[in-house]
Design a protein around this ligand. Structure first.
Ligand SMILES: NC(=O)c1ccc[n+]([C@@H]2O[C@H](COP(=O)([O-])OP(=O)(O)OC[C@H]3O[C@@H](n4cnc5c(N)ncnc54)[C@H](O)[C@@H]3O)[C@@H](O)[C@H]2O)c1
Length: 382
């Protein structure tokens, strides 16, 4: 298939582009490089050194003979996007290209506005570009499990059968997101659903859990292909953050009581889920929703797992509870369905001590790159 991976320089997008290319798909990347600019803004970095996108794709071609074309530009610029679509005529458009940090979106008004404009306008442009240029192209859009929030009922995959005053309907599952970033994804979901209904676009919304891990078979092929790994209080996700804290002898900082339960998955499963979605496209007009996670953990569960492995490796660390900078429930019911991807053949890579140990070993190699002032959270919700 001809596939565009938008956001293909990012944490999820880069390994996905490589994996799809390896599987024989014809891959092109769109990326504005804004994530690298945000590193400069926050005076932060990836703990792994990352090569430029041009160096990465050149190395991939040298090692495999496969070309991944690059288009540097912003999805907010429709003229640019239109040209790329006309050039590539994609059969699938994988859309990772958003501002994805909840704390970043909560820094202040400017960052909230930037996040929502970037994400909502970018996605609207993708919808119009598909409608005008490649109406049969399958949009595979990354949503997040955080769109649902933490309702006191089990979370379904996108829709809820409702009986109300003697009548029944299948309605979008209620959304109660916890940040302006998560809200941007809810707005995207509504816009995509509307476009499917109006124009017959085919779309899959992947409500992804928190992604942990770093490498895939492809990114491991050469240091130039290495994936980024975020650890700072703004972009670092829970498990990765704890592993890096353990490597530098920092306490594992659990926000509040640590009872916040979320869906998680390994980066290797992210890339496989995208392949599954691409190979099993939604029907024209269908807005399909998959909950893309493999296991549920509370934040405290994760900290305990990392602590155990870190201590086995002789590292001196402990768990400490920080005042929660976010406004969220710290003890709550959480149950979510995730059968759609499993039914289509996903075989999850589960979180074991060895998985944690492998990430830790890579982190230890680069621990001198950690900017210690960035490790603790500095963005508050209120
Ligand atoms: N990482 C996670 O744990 C996680 C969890 C759930 C959902 N997601 C979703 O997956 C997607 C990818 O996340 P990630 O962790 O790879 O993020 P990332 O920040 O590492 O990568 C996103 C990439 O998109 C690019 N980008 C952003 N806005 C753009 C624009 N307007 N035009 C062109 N390029 C743009 C950035 O430069 C970056 O390279 C996001 O949509 C995110 O919401 C991620």
């Amino acid at each position: 298939m001809r596939i565009i991976v938008a956001g293909g320089d990012g944490f999820c997008g880069w390994p996905t582009a490589l994996y799809l290319s390896k599987q024989g798909h014809d891959v092109a990347i769109i990326d504005s490089m804004v994530r690298r600019k945000i590193d400069e803004e926050l005076r932060s970095n990836s703990i792994t050194p990352i090569a430029s996108l041009a160096e990465r794709t050149a190395k991939w071609k040298e090692l495999t003979g496969k070309e991944i074309r690059i288009y540097m530009g912003d999805l907010q610029h429709f003229d640019f996007l239109k040209l790329v679509m006309e050039q590539e005529m994609p059969e699938a458009f994988v859309h990772f290209a958003e501002q994805r940090s909840a704390p970043y979106s909560m820094i202040d008004r400017e960052h909230a506005v930037y996040t929502q404009v970037n994400n909502v306008v970018g996605t609207l442009n993708v919808l119009y570009a598909i409608k005008e240029i490649v109406p049969d192209c399958h949009l595979i859009k990354l949503g997040t499990m955080g769109e649902y929030g933490t309702p006191n009922i089990p979370i379904e995959e996108g829709y809820l059968e409702v009986e109300h005053k003697g009548r029944k309907d299948r309605l979008p599952f209620p959304k109660q997101p916890g940040s302006y970033y998560h809200l941007s994804k809810v707005h995207d979901s509504h816009n995509i659903m509307f476009a499917c209904r109006m124009w017959g676009i085919r779309a899959t919304d992947l409500n992804q859990g928190v992604v942990y891990g770093l490498s895939t078979d492809e990114t491991d092929m050469d240091p130039v292909l290495a994936n980024r790994l975020d650890y700072d209080g703004v972009f670092g996700t829970a498990l990765n953050r704890f592993i890096i804290q353990s490597a530098i002898g920092h306490d594992l900082t659990v926000y509040g009581k640590g009872g916040q339960t979320r869906g998680f998955l390994h980066i290797q499963d992210t890339v496989r889920c995208i392949e599954i979605a691409a190979e099993n496209p939604a029907d024209p007009g269908e807005f399909r929703v998959f909950n893309q996670f493999t296991e549920l953990f509370s934040v405290l569960d994760l900290a305990k797992m990392v602590l155990k492995v870190a201590q086995e490796e002789g590292l001196d660390t402990k768990i400490s509870n920080l005042e929660n900078p976010r406004i969220e429930k710290e003890e709550h019911f959480f149950e979510a369905v995730n059968t759609n991807l499993l039914d289509l053949g996903l075989q999850p890579q589960l979180l074991t001590d060895d998985v944690i140990r492998n990430i830790l070993k890579t982190v230890l190699l680069h621990k001198d790159r950690v900017i210690k002032e960035n490790v603790l959270p500095n963005v508050k919700w209120k």
